[in-house]
Design a binder for this molecule. Structure first.
Ligand code: ACO
Length: 481
């Protein structure tokens, strides 16, 4: 199996920009040009050493944190390429694992390589029974994303011996994570509905296995729907990677400390969960349900424009795309195809279409270049397949795991491993002398720690080898505020 070495062009272009500081000092900044596209990067790596200045860029709106040869996005033109291939072409022609191989290795596999890769991934789909056992600790109403953060992080307990400097170990972590995320996701769902787990079947494809583990019933034969398989395959490909978004950057930053890869992916899942990122697919459905019908759309759009607290057009807008997200285009036609094939008429689709029409003609959205993103239509499709809303972001996480591990592997394999450590602009108190203040004078809360006790008890049951532990916290009876 190859460990593809992408070759990002990072050579200085020969062009230089000059920064003039208030004291008259001049600093020459080399310009870097990427291998594709018109972006221009100022190479400020020596800025602090030479001038004492930092750059201030909250939200990293114009900061490149790494070089990468995996995904290319042209935001103004609405282009998304995986290793050079348009994502919509891959959705039309390729299987999910074929694209996973492409992202990891750098080239599409031939038949033999694909067969070997599929066998390898399938070999890892069963999860360790110790991890399976963890699911019994979660209550029925636990959010599946909360479960995923916990169980994926817990894989570090099982695979703690991984050496991130060893390429074979890295490959193993990547394939194991790609293989096990669907199994863990389905287990999270089945925990939430109180049903026994269905174990994966080697004879099924990646997408078929997911549907089987989600929906099979131990009492009868499960027939996998080809419409659902195609939809899951496309959904997975569309969500596999999207360069340095919040969750991928989280995985890279966590990995930059050489942390265990399973823990890094758990960090990525946590970052993805929020409604500004992957959690938007769940939030879109809530928004469409709240709007209720197409005639209520203008009223809703008016409250979005008035910036009423907590009201946003979810599934719209993107940090990079200032044009229609190409993934949203694929998702929009896919949702229609799935609903037609399954003979479903979902009133939410009518609301979504009307909302899109109104927003795309409204100066508020036009001026800000706000278009539907990948999350806008995906929920309606997942709902048609019988996937509950709380699982939408889990579906995203399981697909994005491919990109996360590809990016993690790239960072470690390409000699880019340097701990991620941004700077801050401090705006707190200046240095001051310590002086004890009474609570009343300070006007701040004081906890009465004498009434706050922890007691931790561990008891090993000799013979059986089981470890029981209990951790008690006694809260204070009086708290001075
Ligand atoms: N609805 C209404 N107004 C919006 C929206 C939206 N969805 N998105 C951006 N705006 C407005 C902002 O209020 C701001 O207006 P202002 O200039 O008057 O202050 C302007 O457009 C610029 O928006 P920012 O918030 O600065 O854009 P940013 O790049 O920081 O945020 C984000 C991008 C988080 C995706 C944002 O567009 C958003 O919240 N969208 C809705 C949530 C969503 O769909 N997230 C999924 C993103 S895709 C993904 O992660 C897979």
């Amino acid at each position: 199996m190859g460990f593809g070495k992408p070759e990002p062009s990072q050579e200085p272009s020969g062009e230089v920009a000059t920064l003039k500081l208030p004291d008259g000092q001049e600093h020459h900044i080399k310009l870097l040009r990427p291998s594709h596209g018109d972006d221009l990067f100022l190479d400020i790596r020596d800025l602090h050493a030479r001038t004492g200045c930092f750059v201030f860029d909250p939200g990293y709106t114009c900061t490149g944190s790494c070089v990468s040869a995996i995904t290319y996005i042209d935001g103004p033109k609405g282009v998304c390429l995986y290793r050079g291939y348009p994502v919509q072409d891959l959705c039309e022609h390729a299987q999910a694992l074929e694209v996973a191989y492409l992202l990891l290795v750098g080239e599409l596999p031939d038949d033999e390589q694909l067969y070997a890769f599929e066998r390898e991934v399938k070999g890892h789909t069963l999860v360790h029974e110790k991890v399976t056992g963890l699911y019994s600790s979660f209550t029925l109403n636990s959010h599946p994303m909360a479960i995923m953060v916990a169980v994926v992080g817990a894989l570090s307990c099982i695979y703690s011996e991984l050496d991130c400097h060893n390429s074979a170990h890295r490959w193993l972590a990547c394939t194991r994570l790609i293989a096990q995320l669907p199994t863990l996701a389905c287990m999270a769902y089945r925990t939430s509905i109180g049903q026994r787990f269905i174990y994966p079947k080697a004879a099924l494809s990646f997408a078929e296995n997911f549907l089987y583990m989600m929906f099979a019933n131990p009492m009868e034969e499960y027939e996998v729907s080809p419409v659902a398989v195609k939809a899951i395959n496309t959904f997975m490909i569309l969500h596999m990677d999207h360069e340095q978004n919040a969750s991928t950057s989280t995985v890279r930053i966590a990995g930059s400390s050489q942390a265990n890869p399973y823990a890094c992916i758990a960090a990525g899942i946590a970052s993805l969960w929020g409604p500004a990122h992957g959690g938007a697919n769940e939030a879109v459905i809530s928004m469409l349900r709240e709007i209720g019908s197409a005639d209520k759309v203008p009223q809703f759009v008016a409250s979005v424009k008035a910036k009423v607290a907590g009201v946003r057009l979810m599934g719209f807008g993107h940090r990079v795309y200032k044009n229609y997200d190409p993934r949203a285009r694929v998702m929009k036609s896919l949702v229609q195809e799935v609903l037609n094939d399954l003979h479903i008429k979902d009133p939410l689709l009518e609301v979504a279409h009307r909302l899109e029409e109104v927003a795309l003609e409204d100066p508020y959205f036009v001026q800000r270049k706000l278009y539907p993103n990948v999350d806008y239509y995906s929920g309606i499709m997942l709902q048609a397949l019988g996937i509950p809303t709380s699982m939408f972001t889990v579906m995203f996480a399981m697909s994005r795991t491919v990109g996360w591990v590809a990016q993690w592997k790239e960072m470690l394999a390409e000699g880019q491993l340097r701990i991620g450590r941004p700077r801050q602009m401090y705006v707190g108190a200046k240095r001051r002398e310590y002086k004890r203040l009474s609570a009343a004078a300070a006007g701040t809360s004081t906890w009465d720690f004498s009434k706050f006790s922890f007691s931790q008890q561990f008891a090993r049951k000799e013979g059986s080898g089981t470890l029981r532990s209990s951790f008690q916290v006694t809260l204070p009876t009086t708290v001075t505020r």
